[in-house]
Design a protein around this ligand. Sequence first.
Ligand SMILES: Cc1cc2nc3c(=O)[nH]c(=O)nc-3n(C[C@H](O)[C@H](O)[C@H](O)COP(=O)(O)OP(=O)(O)OC[C@H]3O[C@@H](n4cnc5c(N)ncnc54)[C@H](O)[C@@H]3O)c2cc1C
Length: 144
Amino acid sequence: MTKKFNDAKDDDDASTSTTKTTKEDLGRATWTFLHTFAAQYPDEPTRRQERDARELIMILTRAYPCGECAAHFAEIVRVNPPDCSSGLALQRWMCAVHNEVNASLGKAWFDCAKVDGRWSKLECDESDASPGCSLEGRRRKMMR
Ligand SMILES: Cc1cc2nc3c(=O)[nH]c(=O)nc-3n(C[C@H](O)[C@H](O)[C@H](O)COP(=O)(O)OP(=O)(O)OC[C@H]3O[C@@H](n4cnc5c(N)ncnc54)[C@H](O)[C@@H]3O)c2cc1C
């Protein structure tokens, strides 16, 4: 295991120098994750899926690597509690809170009616050997 990791490291020039991650890099990556998660979230989530989604958001308000952003996001979430009742509800909520962050940074307001055109589910092969990417498909396979 360790050898494999070291071999991979030797092949990767980037591993010899640290690349600095900016607040902006982290923000773009996190929004990609969050909007993709929302695009994939089921129309009729189970109680467990709803709890997971809410916890994921609450964890960000405490553990997001940028402390100033986490505190700011915590206040936004306090005023706008997460709506994880369906895929559409979560996509709208995510777009709305992203807009709150945009507004505080002087960035343009995003038209949430167009969120479907900007963010989509992860492209992913689904086979019997793999659980695939949709939460619904994953649940069906786990229940077999
Ligand atoms: C939870 C969280 C809190 C943050 N808090 C702060 C903070 O307090 N201070 C700070 O300096 N930075 C904060 N950031 C980072 C900030 O939001 C941006 O990610 C960063 O400034 C880079 O901005 P950007 O212009 O490249 O686009 P981003 O805002 O990162 O957006 C990425 C892409 O998402 C799309 N998009 C934009 N708005 C929406 C929307 N409403 N709905 C759907 N898609 C949209 C656009 O296509 C855009 O190019 C936070 C990030 C996160 C995830």
